[in-house]
Write a protein that binds this ligand. Structure first.
Ligand code: NAP
Length: 471
């Protein structure tokens, strides 16, 4: 998503030498890799859309992954950037060489670039659970990000491990279809009710005829006030916004789950929004269906024909879906990146992954990250985030172009000051309020943008050039 955005923007700005390195044979990132049943984007489709490429054809308020993938394919072709993409080309090494980056791909292709923009995503490397006996399972086990869409599920009993956004979407989708499901939840999740609805042909005709009709959804007051409530709430954890979020989630649980035993099972022991809030309208209903069994006592072991829980009960299943998330500390890894004086990014990131404003790392000039460490992970459109980050990166590039310098990089002093402020705020945010989640780095500090949405928009609107060194 961000690589496509960047290539289009660079092309539009008149740059002639652009290469997009793509390790796969298709574009799409998250939406190419994730094809599990029920995959949906929980951000309204008209908001999860590039500002320059509105899409009147979205079929619903929230759409599925395949539709989003098709959107990106169309945008790539509409903007003529496919010829700029070098497919099957995984970068292995990058080294700063005074005024440019030397780049080498896994298949030995070598290139040079004055600027490296890293659009490598956040949640990209699947995390497999460390559960005893997983290798002994005789049925089909698949991580949700490596789903075999050709594998027939009809008539099969499916064990789903994990109840993040992915596990919940999968249980909801397959449960509604009547599939036999055992859902293993290690920690219950708070749910934010979020109904979906389809657009009629009449709606779409309205969108085709008028950009204002699309913007009315993209910039809808309710949607934006929910975003602001959320981003204010996560930073002011005892304020009225967070109380409102907690009340909504608690009321939803109490009114939607009638069975007391199940309600107890589904009640989290940590505060709402500590883990990534789940947006779902239908999950609680599905969890109460007879074809869905919810196990919360934990997994003891996986055996050939199923899963033994911590109470010693064997749950026989034919398929195991590992909805166990991603390694969230990868960013540009496993690329070997060597900056000024051969400094290794592994050295810069030895304690934790970090970047000034989530974009620039001292000693790594002209090396800019989309969705880098401390990028916003508020539950809103990452396209909006990437567009704002592009606005910032573009200004850095323009500064270099209008100077005699070869590059630009965040100063060590600015980086240290940013990190100190960020870490203090992040620890005090709701994400640091006492739960496990992919938001936490290995030292337990949330890797999130710890200020509110407006602070992010303001920070991205205009770089503080005093925070940068020209090289
Ligand atoms: P996740 O939120 O990291 O959830 C992983 C789940 O697996 C958790 O329930 C975790 O339990 C469980 N788990 C991990 N290791 C386990 C083990 N060894 N034994 C038992 N359970 C284990 O991953 P995700 O659901 O794939 O979602 C990741 C992120 O992707 C989301 O937070 C969201 O940002 C994004 N996403 C977005 C959408 C969307 O619609 N926009 C859809 C899907 C995903 P614990 O909680 O106990 O650790």
């Amino acid at each position: 998503m961000s690589g496509i955005l960047c290539a289009i923007k660079l092309k539009e700005a008149g740059h002639k030498h652009i290469t997009v390195f793509e390790k796969a044979d298709r574009i799409g990132g998250t939406w190419r890799d994730n094809r599990y049943p029920g995959l949906t984007c929980d951000v309204p489709a008209h908001a999860y859309t590039y500002e320059f490429a509105p899409n009147p054809e979205w079929s619903a308020y929230l759409v599925g992954g395949a539709e989003i993938q098709a959107y990106f394919e169309k945008v790539v072709d509409d903007h003529g950037i496919r010829p700029l993409i070098r497919f099957n080309s995984e970068i292995e090494k990058m080294a700063w060489n005074g005024d440019h980056w030397d780049i080498e791909t896994k298949d030995g292709f070598k290139d040079q670039a004055h600027v490296a923009i890293m659009a490598t995503g956040v949640l990209h490397h699947p995390k497999f659970p460390d559960i005893k006996g997983l290798e002994n399972f005789a049925g089909k086990a698949m991580h949700t990000a490596q789903w075999d869409v050709d594998f027939p599920l009809e008539g099969k009993r499916i064990g789903i491990i994990g109840n993040g956004s992915t596990g919940i979407q999968m249980v909801t989708h397959l449960g509604k279809k009547g599939q036999d499901i055992v859902h293993f939840q290690r920690s219950p999740q708070w749910m934010m009710p979020y109904p979906n609805f389809e657009y009629s042909e009449e709606d779409k005709a309205k969108f085709r005829a008028s950009l204002e009709a699309i913007d009315a959804i993209r910039y809808d007051e309710n949607y934006w006030s929910a975003i602001r409530r959320f981003t204010t709430g996560i930073t002011d954890i005892d304020g009225p916004e967070m109380r409102e979020i907690e009340d909504i989630c608690r009321n939803f649980l109490e009114t939607a789950v009638v069975d007391e035993t199940l309600r107890r099972k589904l009640t989290p022991t940590y505060r709402a929004a500590c883990k990534r809030l789940i947006y779902s309208y239908d999950y609680y209903g599905v969890a109460q269906q007879p074809n869905v069994e919810t196990i919360v006592c934990g997994i003891r072991e996986i055996v050939a024909d199923g899963v033994i829980d911590n109470d010693g009960t064997l749950h026989k299943v034919d398929v195991l879906a590992l909805a166990t998330g991603f390694q969230s500390d990868r960013f540009v890894r496993p690329i070997s990146v060597k900056g000024v004086g051969g400094r290794d990014i592994e050295d810069a990131w030895a304690e934790r992954c970090a970047a000034y404003m989530a974009i620039s790392i001292p000693d790594f000039p002209n090396f800019f990250l989309f969705n880098g460490p401390s990028s916003p992970v508020g539950n809103f459109s990452l396209i909006d985030v990437a567009e704002k980050q592009w606005g910032y990166i573009e200004q850095l590039l323009n500064r270099v172009a209008s100077s005699n310098a070869s590059g630009i990089v965040a100063s060590k002093a600015a980086f240290d000051d940013y990190e100190e402020r960020r870490i203090t705020k992040a620890k005090a945010s709701i994400f640091g309020s006492g739960c496990t989640s992919w938001y936490l780095d290995k030292t337990g500090v949330p890797i999130t943008w710890p200020w509110d949405y407006d602070a992010f928009a303001d920070a991205m609107a205009q770089p503080d050039f005093d925070a940068f060194d020209m090289v």
